[in-house]
Design a protein around this ligand. Sequence first.
Ligand code: C5P
Length: 411
Amino acid sequence: MSLSDKRILLIISGGIAAYKSLDLIRRLKERGAGVRVIMTKAAQHFVTPLSAGAIAGERAYTDLFDATTEFDIGHIRLARETDLVVIAPATADLMAKMAGGHADDLASTVLLATDKPILIAPAMNPQMWGHRATKRNLAQLLADGVATVGPNAGEMAEADEAGIGRMAEPIEIAAAIESLLAGRNAAPKALAGQHILVTSGPTHEAIDPVRYIANRSSGKQGHAIARAAAAAGATVTLVSGPVKLPDPPGIKVIHVESARAMLAAVEAGLPADAAIFAAAVADWRVAEMAAQKTKKTAAGPPTLAFVENPDILATVAKRKAQRPGLVIGFAAETERVIENARAKLVKKGCDWIVANDVSRETGVMGGDRNTVHLVTAQGVEAWPSQSKEEVARALVARIAETLKAPAALLR
Ligand code: C5P
């Protein structure tokens, strides 16, 4: 893909990742884009307007009340004479300002004045990214139609800190810009106007304040489905258990730990046109979570009593009100895959089961590839071995086709 003849307005806000923005300018120019740069005051502590301007080939803009700039081009023209506005890095502070509609410097004023698509590449300390205030602001920005790329998981600039908060790499940001701009000119998408709900990842069931029961699910397949549905134009709600993956761009992600919290988030996410339950939900939880850390005693190891967790898929599939038009479950099996999947289809009351073999030797759990069977009331289809991304795209294409068909054909 290329960005020839596209105009990109890059806003650099103040974070250590700002040094990568210089590389982003270069990569956008390599793809043929014209790049204009605005820098906040804080950004100028990390990179200089001179270096950003030199790479962009045009002076970097920094002041709202700069008489020359206002006379020359002005903040309204900066906001409008572009095809897309990208903020990289987007700090927690700038996101808060955007969410609140502030306009007290050049960057925030231009963001309020623009009618062009906005992409943000957040970068901050993991604690700041996880803070309730940031989550609130992000939810507001997503609701306002702002697209996101990253942040990624990894090491932080601060010693010994790691987690989600690193800015996406310039190459990922350039790719996100390309797909956003391509999407705007493309024909109507297969899932445009549809709301798709996806569960992904494992659940953690607490034993005591520090211990929990979990499983090996990575969330890769569920997250890939959420991304593929969004790429097909759907509005996507992703309810994710604890995973090491970044939140997919442009998707409302609800983070949960336990099966019960996942069920509550799923029910709060209804109505949906289709729901895909890819999470590996723990079947049981400890009957009573200990209020304090369980100690070793002379009486020997404790005995854990379990109770069954709610079956989220079955609960939603059997709803009378607000049952999604298409309810899809996964069946991760280690033996008699199809037979078990067929039984599951009936028992849970869902429309399709995507069955896969997760025996240790298949490397599916945590791996990048998947070999699945699609089990429906009509029969069983064996799909070739493909990447989890390809499985996601194929499944989304099938969902789009089915949602278009008359209701009687859905099941
Ligand atoms: O019964 P089993 O766990 O094998 O069923 C797998 C399917 O059911 C998956 O789609 C999974 O997301 C869903 N499930 C659920 N809630 C549970 C258990 C499984 O939604 N408590």
